[in-house]
Design a protein around this ligand. Structure first.
Ligand code: FPP
Length: 237
């Protein structure tokens, strides 16, 4: 049994990048990279749950990913549905609660149906909360948050004078979760790519050069150890 690192983050967020390059290196179609990437999710979810991490947010499909070729989008949506169908009973058995953030109404209807069924089936989970970011963009989330806040004020439930960061964050998709403490990005890119722009303000960032389909439990452990070695001052001294 693997050891348990000390000083664990409560919330880990992951940008799962490099599926396409992983496939290209092997002379495979990009969709094979996504399939291999999807298979890697299980081991990471299991390990986060075993360690007692409370929240894991995965960037599974960005608002910008709709610009990809139709066949790749179709393959990703089919994979999402397949993955949810296959994994839901195991997630429920292991106490993992599935949630999703993003403009979910943009997903194909069959995906939305499966997503809601999986969320319902795992709603009682008291272990890890697994949050899938789907059709998600950080700027879009902030705009949706402003719209929600405006409605709230127009309906007379709040006053503009009450507005501060804490109050605003109650209008974001992530209002039920604490901000991520640790962001992991695979494949070596040094970008946020419109992911959780508001929530990552004070997150520690760990970038690994490995492509997502090569990212395993030992890489998760290395990222957690790197996190534990950092001193977080949140702007103080
Ligand atoms: C980035 O690889 C990955 C994504 C587009 C999202 C992550 C998707 C998965 C892990 C597959 C499982 C998905 C679902 C919806 C269950 P890339 O294509 O950007 O890689 P590249 O930068 O090397 O081209």
């Amino acid at each position: 049994m693997a050891s348990t690192p000390s000083n664990l983050p409560c919330h880990v967020a992951v940008i799962m990048d490099g599926n396409g390059r992983w496939a290209k290196e092997r002379g495979l179609p990009r969709t094979e990279g996504h399939r291999a990437g999807a298979e890697k999710i299980r081991a990471i979810v299991e390990e986060c749950n075993r360690l007692g991490i409370r929240y894991l947010t995965l960037y599974a499909f960005s608002a910008e990913n709709w610009r990809r070729p139709q066949n790749e989008i179709r393959a990703l949506m089919a994979l999402l549905e397949f993955f949810l169908k296959r994994e839901t009973s195991d997630l429920a058995r292991n106490g993992v609660r599935l949630q999703a953030i993003g403009r979910l109404h943009n997903l194909p209807e069959s995906c939305q149906r499966q997503l809601h069924a999986s969320m319902e089936a795992t709603a009682g989970g008291t272990g890890l909360t697994l949050v899938l970011a789907l059709s998600y963009g950080g700027r879009e989330e902030i705009v949706d948050g402003i719209k929600s806040l405006f409605r709230h004020i127009q309906e007379g439930h709040a006053d503009i004078a009450m507005l501060d960061p804490e109050f605003f964050s109650k209008h974001l998709y992530t209002r039920y979760y604490p901000d991520p403490d640790l962001l992991i990005r695979t494949s070596g890119e040094m970008r946020l790519s419109n992911f959780l722009l508001w929530q990552l303000s004070y997150a520690e960032i760990v970038i690994t050069r490995k492509f997502w389909p090569d990212f395993g439990q030992e890489d998760l452990h290395a990222a957690l150890e790197e996190f534990a070695s950092r001193q977080r001052r949140f702007g103080g001294v």
